[in-house]
Ligand binder design. Structure first.
Ligand code: AMP
Ligand code: MG
Length: 487
């Protein structure tokens, strides 16, 4: 297949790194895969021809059973701290076929997830099931349209082969598109099993790919650390603002680019409770909603350790520099978070009491188990439907404080409404809606609910077509929602 008919325009710069960082893969054609969902808009942005991707030749590529021109399939090696424990990992069920250069000149990894065994598969089968791949597709696209940096999803295809878990499931492959798949765990891997020259090669590659302006800096490696700290602080602040719980913030799932990656057990919070955990394996609540910012710092400290030999030869000085960089994280995070929360309340200037105002609202939301997303929508629309929260005296006192605070800025009510509409999504991928769409796809081969949900999630800030079906939280249940790692 040539560039002209399908638009593939691949390069393979990652494979120019030392051999330690990857293993070349063979592909094998085994069955006739079927297309389940294709992201036509993303295809277009990547310079790919959607019509060609929908033909069998195109689908075979999306299933990892054929290669486009200039593809060089590899599995990436990486390590990671999983729930605090260091271990060797690597792409056990994914292959990078290359980096697509878009018509705008951008570079994106094209990775097939669920494409089969690799040398890093350990005891796994290298495969993925349809449900979890569709889940990643839905939630990653929702995150993108919410305005949160994330890997994207180009397509899901079924392989025609079964995947054996507790049940027999349909095998599927997700085409993941990301600024890169370089993780904190990639640096940990280099530091643990490579030489300082290997860490340096990875750092230089990362800098030229993601932070090219650092190339002329006197201490580019410290600059790299600062840049990742900034990107992760900004990212996690955005997660908190929409109630997103990643679920498995292991260092192998933390990107250097600052994109959200690895949509396994993630989910959005309905009623506000900072202790919320959805992942069935997170028994200690390590990755609970309220812990995400601190875990972000813990993960960045693991990155910092790997960069120490590159920053400076003077051990004492280098530790000081690296510690100072990490110490910036809490205030960077807090500023990003506060700024975002102010906008959610229509506040554009800064007052010292703002933090208290926000904390008091969150406290009331927790006390009355108010829906996180909908409370901000109600404030935006000035709705006071009957609810325990809105009828409470404490809320009404808070509301007067908020209104008085808004008076302290020049913006008109109308301006404030516009600001709030841009900061408060009307729809998020509600767990029960996601489950419903996946069930129809999985059990009845009915992809219409999935497509409908996707369409709604593509316009999360659209206040013109409020659809109660997608805004309503689930009925209270005695069985809290549980998520599973997407194997
Ligand atoms: P994750 O939970 O997706 O971040 O994956 C953690 C590690 O397990 C990564 O090294 C994956 O490549 C690997 N892994 C997950 N599922 C499978 C599978 N079905 N087969 C082989 N390796 C897997
Ligand atoms: Mg992972």
């Amino acid at each position: 297949m040539e560039k002209n008919d399908s638009g593939w325009n691949l390069e393979n710069t990652y494979a120019e790194l030392p051999k330690l960082f990857y293993t070349p893969l063979e592909i094998e054609a085994v069955s006739a895969p079927k297309l389940v969902v294709l992201n036509q808009r993303l295809a277009e942005n990547l310079g790919l021809n959607a019509a060609a991707l929908m033909e069998q030749d195109g689908i075979n590529i999306l299933a990892g059973q054929a290669l486009p021109a200039k593809a060089k399939p590899i599995a990436q090696a990486y390590a990671g701290h999983q729930f605090g424990y260091f271990t060797m990992l690597g792409d056990g069920r994914a292959m990078l076929i290359g980096e697509q250069i878009t018509p705008a000149g951008e570079r994106f990894d094209i990775q097939l997830k669920g494409s089969g065994k690799t040398p890093y598969s350990r005891s796994g089968d290298g495969k993925a099931a349809l449900g979890p791949m569709l889940r990643e597709y839905l939630i990653s696209e929702a995150m993108h349209y919410l305005g949160i940096p994330t890997s994207r999803s180009l397509a899901v295809v079924t392989t025609g082969q079964p995947v054996y878990r507790e049940n027999i499931l349909k095998g599927a492959v997700l085409t993941r598109v990301a600024a890169s798949h370089i993780r904190v765990g990639t640096f940990e891997y280099a530091a643990q099993w490579g030489t300082t020259a290997d860490v340096k090669a990875l750092a230089d590659y990362t800098i030229s790919r993601h932070f090219p302006w650092l190339l002329s800096e006197p201490n580019r490696y410290l600059g790299l650390l600062d840049a990742v700290i900034k990107a992760q602080a900004a990212l996690i602040a955005k997660w908190q603002q929409v109630g997103f719980i990643h679920g498995v913030m292991n260092t192998d799932n933390v990107t250097i680019s600052g994109e959200t990656i690895d949509y396994g057990p993630c989910a959005f919070m309905d009623h506000y409770d900072p202790t919320t955990v959805f992942s069935s394996i997170d028994l200690q609540g390590r990755y609970a909603y309220r812990n995400q910012p601190n875990i972000g710092l813990w993960n960045l400290a693991r990155l910092a350790e790997t960069l120490i030999p590159l920053v400076n030869d003077n051990q004492e000085q280098v530790l000081k520099l690296v510690e100072a960089a990490l110490q910036n994280y809490p205030s960077l995070y807090q500023e990003d978070w506060l700024q975002g929360m102010r906008l959610k309340l229509g506040i554009v200037n800064e007052e010292p009491q703002d933090e208290r105002l926000i904390a008091d609202l969150l406290g009331l939301m927790k006390q009355y188990q108010a829906d996180y997303t909908n409370t901000f929508v109600d404030l935006t629309l000035d709705r006071t439907q009957s609810s325990e929260l809105y009828e409470s005296d404490a809320f009404n006192v808070w509301r007067d404080r908020w209104k008085a605070r808004l008076e302290k800025q020049e913006q008109t009510d109308q301006d404030i409404k516009i600001i709030m509409k841009q900061a408060n999504p009307v729809v998020i991928p509600r767990n029960h809606q996601v489950e419903k769409a996946l069930q129809a796809a999985n059990e009845q081969d009915d992809f219409k609910p999935l497509q409908r949900l996707l369409a709604v999630l593509q316009a999360p800030y659209d206040y013109n077509s409020l659809n109660p079906e997608f805004m309503t939280p689930p009925e209270p249940s005695n069985h809290p929602y549980k998520t599973y790692c997407g194997t």
